[in-house]
Design a protein around this ligand. Structure first.
Ligand code: NA7
Length: 541
């Protein structure tokens, strides 16, 4: 069987998205044997699963890619914000360049893992009956991979077609000329809505919270400009993204908004708006930590967006006079023509704060005002049990045999450095909870995966068999994450950043909000101090 055939396996990685691909490559390069089990049928993670109409990344291609030179030197992007198909092609390129697939088992969903104290190996089981016994287990399961399905009464009685955006059929769904309902106006909802409005017979959008979306400013890229960028700028950009608060491009802002006069504020914001970098406000943490600065940003956004909506009722629904939550405390999506869509005659906006969804009927959606919104296709753009969901759904038991999901739901989410967990030795999870996973991913996950490789290399050199975070270090990390979160405005929004989007989930900021550079510094300090906060033991200890 698998475990017998791979009995010397050093590392099993779960998931073949950005983190899994990078982790496998770097581990093999450092001389470790490693394999990936991936639930999907190909490389790409998020970009495999999310094939709904309009799916597109909303981080710029410059920062949203691997910094590995073998990969980027002969890859060219066609658009500033690449679409889903291009990202799937990118992963095929990554596979070819780094020869990853030979160590990946696809269609293999990990369901359980137990740490066997006697052999100091993980026993990992899968839905298709496979068992692996690696020394180390690395969960690269992504922050948004467990879909959140609403539990409306009558959901199963619906006679039409129903799909969650992240479980969209790979062969596509023909929406042309159909009556379509979309529940949810997060990033996925915004993309489905603006993509399908022009082609459907009728679109009904069920909005609970307005999306404070920013203009995407998409543009085509030429081969020539990319050749030049690669020669002159790529290495600098990859360095800069590790030095920026959000893991993206550095903020062009030098002076806090609150130190400017109102006229200077307006000019600064105007400049960011027209130069397509309004999001850069978030890379300069003032907005996320100071409510007065936040209000200045919101008011500017509101006034700009309102100019695009003629109907006063729609204006108030989509860009309310008073901010529904502080700007940036839910991840702003990037949009193209989103705010114009609602003025089309075939589009209805239903505010489910005002008229909540009571039930799903065989024909559609019934709201509290008694109206039955009849649809052929219902799109659930309702998001994810983010950050912890994909880890907690694996029945992973540590040394006291407690599944990690149970530990987190009873005692609260606890990690050390957003990478490891006390009681679960030889296990790491890049791009998961209590790390800077809320913004632009690659900078964060590459740093974490490299940290893991360094850690395993250190253990090999010093002949350590086991590494485990101490409960004290974990408690201190949890306190630090919370302390930083309380300095900012995130608790004033209900979002996946805090778990408040999932009914019954404990509300606590699930990201390290101190920014990428501080995070890097703290992880390095632990490593340089001989893995401070961890206990390392030898096989015969
Ligand atoms: P999000 O951003 O979590 O958005 C989910 C949306 O679904 C959001 O508008 C929710 O409203 C809405 N929602 C969720 N449950 C319900 C129920 N029960 N009724 C009505 N509306 C509901 O997920 P996305 O997939 O769009 O994006 C996830 C991330 O992936 C994104 O941030 C990018 O980083 C990539 P709410 O706002 O909670 O009121």
């Amino acid at each position: 069987d698998y475990a017998e055939k791979h009995k010397d396996l050093d590392v099993l990685i779960v998931g073949a998205g950005f983190s899994g691909a990078y982790q496998l490559h770097k581990l093999r390069k450092a001389g470790f044997s490693a394999k990936i089990f991936e639930a999907g049928s190909r490389l790409g993670g998020t970009w495999h699963w999310n094939c709904y109409p309009g799916a597109r990344v909303d981080s710029e291609y410059l920062t949203y890619q691997l910094s590995t030179e073998e990969v980027w030197k002969d890859w060219s992007w066609s658009e500033r914000f690449p679409g889903r198909d291009e990202l799937v092609a990118y992963f095929e390129h990554v596979d070819k360049k780094l020869d990853l697939s030979r160590d990946i088992d696809f269609d293999t969903r990990v369901t359980g893992a137990t740490f066997d104290v006697s052999t100091e190996r993980w026993i990992v089981s899968t839905q298709n009956g496979r068992t692996a016994r690696p020394r180390f287990l690395i969960l690269c399961t992504g922050f948004a991979s467990k879909p959140l399905l609403p539990n409306y009464p009558g959901l199963s009685s619906f006679q039409g077609t129903i799909h969650h955006t992240a479980r969209w059929p790979q062969q596509g769904v023909d929406l042309a000329g159909k009556r379509v309902g979309v529940i949810g106006t997060g990033s996925s909802g915004v993309q489905v809505i603006q993509e399908t409005a022009p082609i459907v017979a009728h679109l009904t959008v069920f909005q609970r919270t307005p999306n404070l979306a920013l203009p995407m400013h998409q543009s085509k890229l030429t081969e020539a400009e990319q050749v030049q960028l690669k020669e002159e700028l790529y290495p600098t950009i990859f360095r800069q993204r590790t030095e920026s608060f959000t893991g993206g491009l550095p903020s062009p802002i030098r002076t806090p908004l609150l130190q400017l006069t109102p006229e200077e504020q307006r000019l600064t914001l105007e400049d960011l708006w027209v130069n397509t970098r309004f999001w850069a406000l978030l890379a300069f943490p003032e907005i996320l930590f100071d409510e007065r600065a936040n209000e200045v940003a919101y008011n500017f956004w509101r006034d700009r967006v309102r100019q695009r909506i003629a109907d006063p009722r729609l204006r108030e629904k989509l860009a309310p006079e008073t901010a529904p939550h502080p700007f940036g405390t839910k991840r702003p999506s990037l949009e193209r023509r989103y705010f114009e869509v609602f003025s089309q005659p075939n589009v209805t906006l239903v505010d489910v704060q005002e008229t909540p969804i009571l039930e799903i009927t065989p024909r559609g959606v019934r709201t509290k005002d008694g109206v039955e919104h009849v649809v052929d296709i219902l799109v659930l753009a309702t998001g994810f049990d983010a950050l912890t969901g994909s880890i907690a759904e694996i029945n992973m038991r540590g040394i006291d045999n407690t599944p990690i999901g149970e530990k987190w739901s009873s005692k609260g989410v606890g990690t050390y450095l957003g990478l490891a967990c006390a009681g679960y030795p030889n296990m790491f999870f890049p791009y998961g909870p209590q790390a800077p996973s809320a913004f632009c991913g690659p900078a964060c996950l590459e740093f974490q995966c490299d940290w893991v490789v360094d850690c395993l290399t250190y253990m090999r050199k010093h002949k350590y068999a086991r590494i485990e975070a101490t409960p004290e270090a974990e408690a201190a990390w949890v306190a630090r994450v919370e302390e930083i979160a309380l300095m900012g405005l995130w608790y004033r929004a209900k979002s996946w950043y805090t778990g408040a989007n999932v009914p019954g989930k404990r509300v606590v900021v699930l990201n390290f909000m101190g920014g990428q550079p501080l995070y890097t510094k703290l992880c390095r300090e632990s490593a340089e101090g001989g893995y401070k906060g961890f206990i390392l033991t030898k096989a015969d200890d």
